[in-house]
Design a protein around this ligand. Structure first.
Ligand SMILES: Nc1ncnc2c1ncn2[C@@H]1O[C@H](COP(=O)(O)OP(=O)(O)OP(=O)(O)O)[C@@H](O)[C@H]1O
Ligand SMILES: [Mg+2]
Length: 347
C-alpha cells in the first residue's frame, strides 16, 4: 500500500468549477475555459511510498501550494481523491481532518510564524501544547527536535535574536517534534540565502536518512528538487513529467520539461552509473582504476576528462558494472532536447 496517493485529482477555483472539470475531462484545453475559473491542479495521479521524498516542482502559479493544501485537508478538491495511509480524505469529518493534521501530517512553510515572546524551545514545544501532551514530555521532545536541527545552543533565544536560517530551523524542529509520519514542506527553504539554503538541504537529507518520513517537498528550484527528491513531479497544472532526477534529465518528456532542465547543473545530478557504458565481452577492463557507481559526474570530471582515462564503475561489492569514458562524460553534460531524446525510438 502506498503511503499517500491521489487519483484524478482536480482543483479549480471560481464559479462553475465543476463544469470546468467536466470540460477538462472531455478534452477542452485549459486556455479555453472561461476566465472566471482558474484550474490550479489538473488530473494528478500518483502515489508515494513510505519514507519517500517526493518533490513537486513548477513555476509560480503552477498549483503547488494548492496541491499541498489539499493534501493536508485545508481545502477540498473539486474532483478526485486523496488517500493518506489508506484513508480516503473525503471520508473524514471536520474533526477527522483536524486530527489528521495533528497526528499524521505536519507542515513547514516558507515564512514560519514563530511566537515572538517565546524562546526557541517554547516555540518548538508549542505544537505539542495544542496536542495536550504533559509538560515534561513536551519539553523533552522539543529539546530533542531542537538538537536534531542543530539549534541546541540557541534554545533560549527569542525569534528576533535568530537569523533567517535559524528561524527556518525552528519551523522544521516544530514539525519534527510533532513526530508525524508525513511532512509537507512548501518552499520551506526558498527564502534563505544560497549557502544557508544548501546547509538546510544537507540537513534535511541527513535527517531523512535517519527518520525516513514520507515527505512532499515543494520548490520552484530544480537544482534543489534534484538534490532532495527521490522522485520529482514537474507540474504546470497537470503533471508534465514524474520520475527520478536522472530519468528527467536523460529523457525529458516534452519541450516544456526540456526547457525547464536546460539550466540544471547536470554534473551534480548524474552519477557514474547513469553515464557508464555496459561492460561487453570485448571491453578491456584490466588495469582500469575503479569508481563507485554513486559518484557524481562532477566528482569524476577531473580524473576522467583531465587524464583522458576511462574508469571502471563498480558496485559496493566491487563487481564491475560498466565503464565511464571521457566522451560519455562530456556527452552527459550537454543538455538534451526532448526531440533528441526521442530520436532513437523513431529510428
Ligand atoms: N483561493 C484561491 N482562489 C482563487 N484562485 C486561487 C486561490 N488559490 C490559488 N489560486 C490560483 O491558483 C493558481 C495556482 O496557485 P498556487 O498558489 O497553487 O501556485 P504555486 O505553484 O504555489 O505558486 P507559487 O510558486 O507562486 O507559490 C494561481 O493561478 C492562483 O492565482
Ligand atoms: Mg506556492
Amino acid at each position: 500500500m502506498s503511503a499517500l496517493s491521489v487519483e484524478s485529482l482536480y482543483k479549480v477555483f471560481g464559479k462553475g468549477a465543476h463544469q470546468a472539470v467536466d470540460d477538462l475531462k472531455a478534452g477542452v484545453p485549459r486556455e479555453e475555459l472561461p476566465n472566471r475559473v482558474t484550474a490550479a491542479v489538473i488530473d494528478h495521479n500518483w502515489e508515494i511510498a513510505t519514507g519517500e521524498t517526493f518533490v513537486v516542482m513548477g513555476l509560480s502559479g503552477s498549483g503547488k501550494s494548492t496541491l499541498i493544501r489539499m493534501l493536508n485537508g485545508l481545502i477540498e478538491p473539486t474532483a478526485g481523491s486523496i488517500w493518506i495511509d489508506g484513508v480516503d480524505l473525503r471520508s473524514l469529518s471536520k474533526k477527522g481532518v483536524r486530527e489528521l493534521r495533528r497526528d499524521k501530517v505536519s507542515m513547514v512553510f516558507q515564512h514560519f510564524a514563530l511566537l515572538p515572546h517565546r524562546n526557541v524551545l517554547e516555540n518548538v514545544a508549542f505544537g505539542l501544547e495544542i496536542r495536550k501532551l504533559p509538560g515534561d514530555e513536551r519539553m523533552d521532545r522539543a529539546r530533542e527536535a531542537v538538537e536534531m536541527v542543530g539549534l541546541g545552543d540557541e534554545q533560549d533565544k527569542l525569534p528576533a535574536q535568530l537569523s533567517g536560517g535559524m528561524r527556518q530551523r525552528v519551523g522544521l524542529a516544530r514539525a519534527l517534534a510533532a513526530d508525524t509520519e508525513f511532512l509537507l514542506m512548501d518552499e520551506a527553504f526558498s527564502a534563505l540565502d544560497p549557502l544557508i539554503r544548501q546547509e538546510m538541504q544537507d540537513q534535511l537529507l541527513e535527517l531523512q536518512a535517519k527518520l525516513a518520513k514520507t515527505i512532499v517537498f515543494i520548490t520552484h528550484d530544480l537544482n534543489e528538487a534534484m538534490k532532495i527528491g527521490d522522485r520529482i513531479a514537474i507540474c504546470d497544472g497537470v503533471v508534465k513529467q514524474l520520475g527520478t532526477a536522472e530519468e528527467i534529465l536523460k529523457h525529458p518528456a516534452d519541450d516544456y520539461v526540456a526547457d525547464f532542465i536546460a539550466d540544471v547543473d547536470r554534473s551534480r545530478v548524474l552519477t557514474a552509473e547513469a553515464v557508464m557504458e555496459p561492460v561487453g565481452s570485448d571491453t578491456e577492463t584490466r588495469g582500469l582504476e575503479t569508481v563507485e557507481s554513486g559518484v557524481t559526474v562532477n566528482d569524476l570530471y577531473g580524473t576522467v576528462v583531465a587524464s583522458d582515462q576511462p574508469l571502471l564503475v563498480v558496485n559496493e561489492w566491487n563487481e564491475p558494472l560498466g565503464v565511464v569514458t571521457p566522451r560519455a562524460i562530456i556527452k552527459s553534460l550537454a543538455p538534451e532536447t526532448a526531440s533528441d531524446a526521442q530520436e532513437p525510438q523513431r529510428a
